[in-house]
Design a protein around this ligand. Structure first.
Ligand SMILES: [Zn+2]
Length: 242
């Protein structure tokens, strides 16, 4: 596994004799950094057969349309709902949600005043017939040596990938950054807190050895057990979308 570390997002590249897979891309403005990191790792865009999008957010799907243009054979794997949301080109607000903590809400509102790139938009991507859209009507989906698991809560279209060596690529269904802001291994924003923790409970039944998040360093699944239900909705400010 090769980690591609972008401005705020970790992407992961998994080699597989049946097709190499990239998990997530970064922001659209991460393009030069992405190309440099890939070059340093000796990976060219044409080497990527599958691109798994953990969900539609701008810091995950910013380079999808670019990569699909550069590599017409690329197969994008995503939740069917993600395919719909990623065609709109912005982070969905219609599902509501809450900040994980008051500190995170404050931190974000200060930060976005200084970051001109903070638009919550991305170049839209329109899925083609060769892409793999998953509806999970029969639960998790086996794919190559992996299992693709629906992990809703952060967003309704969130998915994760478990490899047969016990590595779980979790997207934003958990995170390991800004712990001082009271995140308790959650991402800054959660659309549905009870689904979010139901996802963690389900993950804790699986043979997971190590968790690789899109934000922050990898961690042990024990952290999910320890921080399960640590966030209380009564202390989580409502997300108003601005
Ligand atoms: Zn996200």
């Amino acid at each position: 596994m090769t980690q591609i570390t972008l401005s705020k997002t970790n992407c992961y590249y998994l080699e597989n004799e049946n097709g190499n897979m990239l998990i997530d891309t970064g922001y659209a403005y991460d393009k030069d950094l992405f190309l440099r990191q890939m070059g340093d790792a000796g990976i060219s865009i044409g080497d990527i057969r599958y691109l798994l999008l953990t969900h539609h957010h701008d810091d995950h799907s910013g380079l999808v349309s670019f990569l699909a243009k550069e590599n017409p054979d690329l197969v994008v794997i995503m939740h069917a709902l993600c395919a719909h949301l990623v065609s709109k080109g912005y982070n969905a607000k219609e599902y509501g949600g809450r900040w994980c903590s008051k500190s995170m809400q404050t931190l974000t509102s200060v930060y976005k005043k200084f970051d001109k790139n903070w638009t919550l938009t991305f170049p839209p991507y329109f899925a083609g017939p060769h892409d793999l859209l998953l509806d999970f009507s029969r639960g998790s989906v086996p794919f190559l040596d992996y299992t693709i698991i629906p992990t809703p809560g952060h967003t309704p279209d969130s998915i994760s990938l478990l490899s047969n060596d016990g590595s779980l690529f979790i997207g934003d269904a958990a995170a390991n950054f800004l712990q001082f802001a009271g995140t308790h291994y959650a991402p800054p924003f959660i659309t549905d807190t009870s689904r979010f923790y139901a996802t963690w409970k389900e993950l804790l039944t699986l043979p997971i050895d190590r968790i690789y998040p899109a934000h922050g360093k990898s961690f042990s699944p024990d952290k999910l057990k320890k921080h399960l239900y640590s966030l209380k909705e009564s202390k989580m400010p409502l997300f108003t979308g601005d």
